[in-house]
Design a protein around this ligand. Structure first.
Ligand SMILES: NC(=O)c1ccc[n+]([C@@H]2O[C@H](COP(=O)([O-])OP(=O)(O)OC[C@H]3O[C@@H](n4cnc5c(N)ncnc54)[C@H](OP(=O)(O)O)[C@@H]3O)[C@@H](O)[C@H]2O)c1
Length: 168
């Protein structure tokens, strides 16, 4: 399984249940990496998506601690709400058995929960320190290696690069 995330210089990822910054090139990259695949979300991040709806053209597995919470799927794609890590992994295995890639998409508690289940991490590194209240584990300190990095990019006054980290 892989994960995808955008972090600032302190590995901050969000504030007040929203992203730290909206960078059009990063959103395009995110779409390319996740379209047609299975994405794993926590309830809070799913609720922060436009209209509080699942993303189009992606199968969703959503982890929630609320047994009464439901969310409607997008046409042609599934959106399963489950309540334990084991249920997430069982659903993910069903998609993988069909050859569908599964990507952990956050937020903070979901990244933490599935950190050890992920081999690869697509990390957008933004060269800025934001006032964040949610963080991703520091993969440099954990000894993971950067196996690919894009050229530096700049948008809306922010510099950033796309990296892939792997357990090598
Ligand atoms: N920069 C990025 O790439 C990126 C990507 C995604 C999200 N984000 C940001 O991350 C933030 C949201 O992260 P978050 O940690 O607050 O929320 P979250 O991870 O999106 O969702 C947490 C939800 O999952 C439930 N949950 C967590 N572990 C569980 C378990 N073991 N069993 C059952 N339910 C479980 C939580 O229940 P409890 O309430 O009981 O904990 C809560 O309902 C937002 O600011 C969002 O914008 C950033």
């Amino acid at each position: 399984m892989n994960a995808i995330v955008a972090v600032d210089k302190n590995w901050g990822i969000g504030k007040n249940n929203d992203l730290l910054v909206h960078l059009p090139s990063d959103l395009k990259y995110y779409k390319e990496r996740t379209l047609g695949k299975c994405v794993i979300f926590g309830q809070r991040t799913l609720e922060s998506l436009p209209g509080g709806r699942p993303l189009p053209k992606r199968d969703h597995i959503v982890l929630s601690d609320d047994p009464t919470w439901t969310v409607a799927p997008r046409e042609g794609y599934a959106c399963d709400v489950v309540h334990t890590k084991e249920e997430v992994l069982a659903k993910a295995a069903e998609y993988q058995a069909k050859g569908e890639e599964v990507i952990v998409c956050g937020g903070a508690s979901i990244y933490e929960l599935f950190l050890d289940d992920c081999d690869g991490f697509y990390v957008t590194v933004i060269d800025h320190v934001f006032d964040a209240d949610r963080f991703f584990p520091n993969l440099d300190e954990m000894g993971l290696k950067v196996t690919w990095e894009s050229e530096p990019m700049e948008e809306n006054g922010y510099q950033f690069t796309f990296r892939k980290y792997e357990r090598v």
